[in-house]
Design a protein around this ligand. Sequence first.
Ligand SMILES: [Zn+2]
Length: 81
Amino acid sequence: MVNLFKEPDDLGAPHECCCLCGKPTAYWYFPHDDGFAPNTQGDEVACCRDCAARAMPADMPSKQSWCDREYRRIQKAQGAA
Ligand SMILES: [Zn+2]
């Protein structure tokens, strides 16, 4: 499994979608996390707890590939509307 950190409850923003299954989630995976605190280097990706329980660090997409995929997904959703 991979380690997740929950975003603050008072963030007020809509949840990002899990980078593996697309389900909205308040949890994030930090590739450089040391197990104690989120280590934000701008490359964290949203990940739900279900996927994190099954995933290995090698399964996690990079921030860049996740953003590219999200962008295409949104474009496609808008195109279909
Ligand atoms: Zn997921």
